[in-house]
Design a protein around this ligand. Sequence first.
Ligand code: V47
Length: 346
Amino acid sequence: MSTTNRRIDINEAIDLYDMDLIELAQMANKIRVQKFGKKTYYNINKHINPTNVCKDVCQFCSFSANRKNPAQYTMSHDEILDNIAKSIDNGIDEVHMVSAHNPNVGLDWYMDIFKKIKHKYPQLHIKALTGAEIDFLSRQHNKSYQQIIDMMCESGVDSMPGGGAEIFDEKVRKRICGGKVGSKEWLEIHKLWHEKGKKSNATMLFGHIESRANRIDHMLRLRKLQDQTGGFNCFIPLVYQTKNNLLNIKEPLTAVEILKTIAISRLVLDNFENIKAYWVTSTIKLSLIAQEFGANDLDGTIENESINSAAGANSKDGIKLDEFTSLIKNSGFEPVRRDSLYNTIL
Ligand code: V47
């Protein structure tokens, strides 16, 4: 590896996987320490998934209603508001709202709930609608991406979550989620969102049928867009959960491969400030170790997690705040509460 400040290219990044685990950790940790010292960010948030009725059939998904999980639901706006009301006393400052691609409800069902949440709880940050949902809404309701994005802004959406990115490589994407938003379109939607002066996150789903080269390619496409817009808040590598879906992957990733991928993302994504080791998919224990591998954020308390718990993750009821902060502290790091835009909350 060169010692100049030249950016890591695709081949160099793939070769990083062959490095000794601890040496790789040290390289990633050096950057983490320069930027954040021992600080690890978390937030107090709530996930809501208002419907699991989905027009698409992604092979990795265990959440949407399909032949493996036939129990359909669609929450009313009152149910969603009641759900939020129950969490206000827990101090949440963010609602993270992601739905399946439900063709049975109108565009207003999506937009009106944002308005109602903002009206009732103006202090809450609404992080909602993935690039995949925006693409679905645009096709379903014959609107441009720009029109949907304008509607989101008018309805009170503050930022976009990073979901729906999966893996950008077109061949792999076709096999795991053919028919859903394309890679170019996902990036285009985030670009348009950033051009409105808004922030979003970026995920990468790994540990299924993709190669290491596919992961690096994914990161480099994100790095390119981030160079243009600077609009991504954080990168979130999502570890594929194997249960109750159609992919049928027999060998889940090893901890070493997960940690190496997190460390490499810190090194390759030199223009991303925050790398999130999402405790839900990495498991809480591995996320704590990932703090030594370049990760500076572990996500939040969540309260109800449906997408990954349906696939086997131990996250259905979120994590209790004191347990979360003690675990960070006891692993030698300083838990720092942040808002959705990474401002520190004292
Ligand atoms: O896009 C679906 C993933 C994502 C599985 O922006 C799975 O702060 C693992 O994007 N195994 C939705 N992952 C969740 C998401 C997210 C989560 C937390 C924080 C943020 C953020 C965004 O969940 C989907 C998909 O990639 N997913 N099924 C599975 N079996």
